[in-house]
Design a protein around this ligand. Structure first.
Ligand SMILES: Nc1ncnc2c1ncn2[C@@H]1O[C@H](COP(=O)(O)OP(=O)(O)OP(=O)(O)O)[C@@H](O)[C@H]1O
Ligand SMILES: [Mg+2]
Length: 577
């Protein structure tokens, strides 16, 4: 239970008022009582002096004679002064008393305070409670020649008036207490409201409501505290935001790295794992927070992580993962403040590099094979010629065949060189070229070959120049090869349509043939070097399988898009600039 400041203020204040009223009561009552008693004492002293004078004037009447007479005289005096009068001799014996007739049985008064004082110092006084009269009594005694004269006065009236006064003061005190309590409650509310507001702000803020601030401040110490707290909250929020931003940046950076990256903590749980890591390991569920050997399904990798975890040593090896990817794996312990902080795992995908290495190996094999074949054929013809040197008809025929193979070899070498140039050279300048004119000249060159096969070529264009940014050499390579394929892989009496369309700056050219088509499974591969769907047929047409590779490279350099679709009715290549 929280102790409320407001309650404490109110209680302290009430205690203070009660103490004040009490002290006031005590002081006032003491003062007034003292005042009354002083006046009474003065009066009584006058009366004693009067009695003394009376006794001096008639000592016989009071001191000699029968006891009853003396008492009678004393009673008369008492009636005059309207007080109890007692006469005591110097030994303390009561000589006469206005209220008691039986003086013989009365105690010796020597030790009564007022008498004792009077005997010693001529005057004595005392206030005592009288059980018989049930009130305080004021006694004044004075030594005279005739003995000690004592007057007694009950203080009932004084006490009664003081009691009344006490009542008034208590009522006034209660009213003052009630009124001031109201004021104190109001003041304490004013003090505690901003404190409560501050407490509620602190509670909300620590519960995560970072937008919470203290709206109205008072112009005092609490107000300054509230302002300072608001500033503190701003700074905290700023710091949190910048930390979040930094974390976000780091996460995004790690996420966007192509290498797979993961960190395993000391408790063997995954702390970080980026997208590439999960992809390379073919993990679909969330891995952060899980034990690494549960999340990662690769025995060798897990064994290395565990090893590094136990010994703090790094490791590097190559691994083929279930995802089909090949990776160089690096495992490095991260050193923490004093001991090992975790294990960093980096997976560097080498699949593409391996593929390229394989392709290069294949290429060398293919090139050597392709270069060897025409030479072998050439050698065959030359060897056949040797024994028949005198048969000129045969020699002519064999010579023509041998020449055709030399052409083929040179075409092949040309294509290889061209492809190499496309792959390595960056010096293809960009000009405005007219595609209509380029396509038309390609068709012109290819027309005789088409005629031989009885293949008709139609060029559908709107008759206007189609100028686009590009490179003439590359564009010629693209259209020459595509149209030449459309003729070569066509049927007898087939047709080729070249459709050119313009939309704004861009030009789309479709080369559609009615040929033998490309089977579905080969569509992706026709752009590979030396790839031919039907080797024997391609060779018969003099093809090397490099034409579409050259087309693809040229289109890539120009930034043009190339698309192919095919069916049994023919093939369609689309070029978009
Ligand atoms: N229009 C087409 N119709 C049917 N098949 C085609 C067509 N164009 C290409 N092909 C197939 O794709 C293969 C690769 O074509 P590419 O142009 O690269 O080589 P090529 O024509 O055999 O030789 P090159 O063009 O180098 O003289 C061809 O061998 C052929 O099988
Ligand atoms: Mg070709």
């Amino acid at each position: 239970m929280v102790k409320k400041i407001g309650n404490r203020i109110i209680l302290s204040y009430i205690a203070l008022i009660v103490a004040l009223v009490g002290a006031l009561l005590f002081l006032i009552i003491n003062h007034i009582r003292g005042y009354h008693v002083t006046i009474l004492k003065r009066e009584m002293t006058e009366k004693i002096k009067f009695i003394e004078l009376e006794i001096q004037n008639a000592p016989r009447r009071y001191l000699a004679g029968a006891v009853a007479d003396r008492e009678e005289q004393i009673r008369k005096l008492a009636e005059i002064v309207r007080l109890r009068v007692t006469l005591v001799d110097f030994n303390g014996r009561v000589i006469a008393d206005s209220d008691y007739t039986d003086i013989d049985i009365m105690d010796n008064h020597r030790y009564r305070v007022e008498i004792k004082e009077a005997l010693a110092h001529d005057v004595g006084e005392s206030i005592r409670y009288s059980g018989t009269l049930n009130t305080d009594m004021l006694y004044i005694a004075m030594k005279s020649d005739a003995g000690v004269i004592r007057l007694a006065k009950p203080l009932r009236e004084v006490n009664e008036s003081i009691a009344k006064l006490r009542g008034y003061i208590l009522i006034a005190g209660a009213i003052a207490l009630a009124l001031s309590s109201l004021v104190v409650v109001a003041i304490s509310r004013r003090i505690t409201r901003p404190i409560n507001e501050t407490v509620s702000f602190a509670r909300d803020f620590s519960n995560g409501d970072f937008s919470r601030r203290i709206p109205n401040y008072t112009n005092d110490e609490i107000g300054s505290l509230q302002k300072a707290l608001n500033r503190l909250a701003d700074t905290v929020v700023e710091k949190i935001n910048s930390l979040l931003f930094e974390r976000h940046k780091l996460e995004k950076t790690i996420e966007s790295i192509n290498d797979g990256i993961a960190v395993v903590g000391l408790d063997r749980r995954v702390l970080v794992a980026n997208r590439a890591f999960k992809e390379l390991l073919d993990i679909e569920s969330e891995v952060v927070g899980r034990l690494f050997f549960e999340a990662i399904r690769n025995r060798n990798l897990n064994a290395h992580i565990e090893q590094s975890h136990m010994t703090g040593t790094a490791a590097a090896f190559e691994e083929h993962f279930i995802s089909g990817r090949n990776c160089d794996v690096f495992i490095n312990p991260i050193s923490g403040e004093q001991s090992l902080g975790g294990i960093l795992i980096v997976l560097h995908d080498t699949t593409e590099r391996k593929k390229i290495e394989q392709m290069k190996t294949d290429l060398v094999g293919n090139v050597s094979h392709e270069l060897k074949t025409p030479i072998a054929i050439l050698k065959g013809y030359l060897e056949t010629m040797e024994p028949h040197l005198d048969d000129s008809d045969m020699i002519r025929e064999l010579l023509q065949k041998a020449l055709a193979n030399v052409d083929r070899q040179s075409a092949l070498i040309n294509d290889i060189l061209k492809l190499n140039r496309l792959e390595t050279s960056r010096d293809f300048t960009t000009d405005y070229i007219d595609l209509r004119e380029i396509i038309r000249s390609c068709i012109e060159i290819l027309a005789p070959g088409a005629q031989k096969k009885n293949v008709s070529i139609r060029f559908n264009t709107d008759g206007q120049a189609a100028r686009v940014p590009g490179n003439r050499f590359l564009a010629e390579e693209i259209f020459f090869n595509l149209i030449s394929n459309a003729i070569n892989y066509n049927i007898e009496s087939g047709s080729v349509a070249v459709d050119m369309e313009r939309s704004g700056e861009r030009v789309t050219v479709a080369i559609v043939d009615t040929g033998i088509g490309i089977p579905e499974e080969s569509l992706d591969r026709v752009f590979e070097r030396f790839y031919r769907v039907d080797k024997s047929r391609s060779r018969a047409t003099g093809g090397t399988g490099l034409g579409l590779s050259i087309v693809k490279h040229a289109a890539d350099i120009l930034g043009w898009k190339i698309d192919v679709s095919s069916s049994s009715a023919g093939t369609k290549f689309i070029i978009e600039t």
